[in-house]
Design a protein around this ligand. Structure first.
Ligand code: HEC
Length: 151
């Protein structure tokens, strides 16, 4: 998240999503400094750049799941898989599906949606099916026939 998000979050720890998460002044200052220094706008990481680009300057999200880039990345998921999934409950619980989130990996290989299973298999095979089907259709149009041998 951008520095302004971390600052806002850290300044309101007495009401941290309904819990009191207040820290000693020293700890609070150290942690805020760390978060701000490592905020998305100061990173050259590809993903951080995209996150910042997706966010308008007048928006200060206090949840990662409110960032447009992150929302967009999940628009193929049905509500049954996220909010309506008792094992997930909300998009905020990244590690429920991104099994290696704690290592910073959001790769499709490491996605496992509770109750639905791995994401990549189904997803990539239907993607390739679609591509190969349109190539075949195109080929059939080109040769002007329904060539049975091309399936
Ligand atoms: C319900 C399961 C689920 C939850 C919870 C979830 N994700 Fe995802 N995430 C996915 C799936 C599935 C994809 C792949 C979507 C696709 O293939 O288009 C994805 C894609 C991504 C990507 C893009 C990966 C790429 O290679 O482009 C990022 C980054 C990401 N998620 C981060 C997060 C973060 C951060 C959170 C928590 C705030 C989160 N996700 C919560 C299922 C989830």
């Amino acid at each position: 998240m951008p520095a302004r998000s971390w600052q806002q979050l850290m300044a309101n720890l007495d009401d941290h999503f309904g819990d009191n998460a207040e820290l000693e002044t020293e700890d609070q200052k150290a942690l805020t400094d760390y978060l701000v220094k490592n905020a998305a706008e100061f990173s050259n990481h590809k993903r951080s750049v995209k996150i910042m680009r997706s966010l308008s300057k007048d928006k200060t999200p206090i949840r990662i799941a409110e960032i447009p880039y992150i929302v967009r990345k999940h628009d193929e998921l049905s509500s049954k898989m996220v909010g309506g999934n008792p094992e997930v409950k909300s998009l905020s619980y990244c590690d429920k599906c991104h099994t290696r989130a704690e290592t910073g990996s959001y790769s499709e290989r490491d996605i496992n949606i509770p109750g639905y299973g791995p994401w990549d298999d189904d997803h990539s095979s239907s993607f390739w099916n679609r591509i190969t089907h349109s190539v075949k259709d195109f080929y059939n149009d080109l040769v002007g026939q329904d060539n049975d041998s091309v399936d």
